[in-house]
Ligand binder design. Structure first.
Ligand code: PPE
Length: 307
């Protein structure tokens, strides 16, 4: 169960956690007309805390809404400020932040019409998304029978609530069979992303990740690509097939919640040595150093706060 915090930011005001409620005829509840973000904040060695890539997340929330045609009555800067206010009010030094904007109640029917857009920001402590051992040992993954949505079916660059029904189907399918996460292919059969993570492989020292076609433009993905290139690795953004993953030397997922999680198995084939490989380990270490304020080269990615 999620650990309750004191308050949630709701349309400009901090309200007690249990009072952050909506009507059952909320448009977003019926039709998935909402957009959200997932952001992490980490405790830093100097005693402050810092939100990782806050302006980029706030901007993506605004862009997600724009893609959906949802009108958020706040700027990205106002969202960033409200996020810091929420963290300070809840005295949260480290955890996960969930902003959500959604079409509210008013009219019914598919057309959201003039229904108001509501915006909330919640935050809570959240440990390793795929289990405490996952970051160390790696996880078991299965290719889902559900394809990621076609680029003209749903808009993958929007972190839209409705898009996640596709993710939920895939996740339930593979969890039922005892796997930790689903790898999803696009409608042409190429490797795409996971239910809530971007995907990377390493082969012969070269890092490969699918291009920004049918996937979310992940902020962790972007951070990993930057860090990898800074470390001197070649990173190629190109399409590849699942059989190339079977004989890859290493594979891993990236995401705000999942951070950098090694993959030890795909479709019952052991990847590489069956544990986090040297490139994955190097990137994971560099990523955590950057996100947790241990590497001044990436200090511009951090928004600090104290309470
Ligand atoms: N792809 C998808 C489909 C996705 O949902 C995420 C984030 C990513 C890639 C990685 O994006 P980024 O966080 O910017 O690196 N998934 C969020 C939701 C997880 C959830 O279960 O909820 C997250 O990691 O916060």
């Amino acid at each position: 169960m999620l650990q309750k915090m004191e308050s949630i930011w709701f349309d400009g005001k901090l309200v007690p956690w249990d009072q952050a409620q909506v009507h059952v005829l909320t448009h977003g509840l019926h039709y998935g007309t909402g957009v959200f973000e997932g952001i992490r904040t980490y405790a830093c060695p100097d005693g402050t805390s810092a939100v990782f890539r806050l302006p980029e997340h706030s901007k993506r929330l605004i862009n997600s809404a724009k893609i959906l045609g949802l009108d958020i009555p706040y700027s990205a800067e106002e969202i960033s400020k409200a996020i810091i206010d929420t963290l300070v009010a809840n005295k949260l030094p480290e955890g996960y932040i969930r902003p959500l904007a959604f079409a509210g109640a008013g009219d019914m029917g598919v057309y959201p019409g003039n229904n108001p857009t509501h915006t909330i920001i919640a935050a809570w402590p959240w440990g390793a998304y795929l289990g405490a051992e996952a970051l160390e040992l790696g996880i078991r993954v299965k290719t889902s029978s559900f394809a990621r949505m076609h680029v003209n079916t749903l808009m993958s660059k929007s972190k839209a609530a409705g898009n996640y029904v596709n993710s939920v189907l895939a996740k339930m399918e593979v969890k039922h069979d005892g796997y930790d996460e689903a790898l999803m292919l696009d409608t042409n059969g190429y490797v795409c992303e996971a239910t809530g993570e971007n995907f990377f492989i390493v082969r012969k020292g070269v890092i490969k990740t699918p291009p920004l076609t049918a996937i979310l433009d992940g902020i962790t993905r972007d951070s990993i690509i930057t860090i990898a290139r800074d470390l001197g690795y070649t990173v190629e953004e190109q399409l590849f097939t699942r059989d190339e993953v079977y004989y890859a030397d290493e594979a891993f997922f990236s995401g705000t919640a999942a951070e950098l999680t090694p993959i030890r198995e795909l479709d019952n084939r052991v990847i590489g040595e069956g544990h986090a490989g040297p490139v994955t380990k190097a990137l994971q270490e560099a990523f955590f150093k950057a996100a947790k304020g241990h590497d001044p080269r990436y200090g511009h990615w951090l928004t600090s706060y104290t309470f």
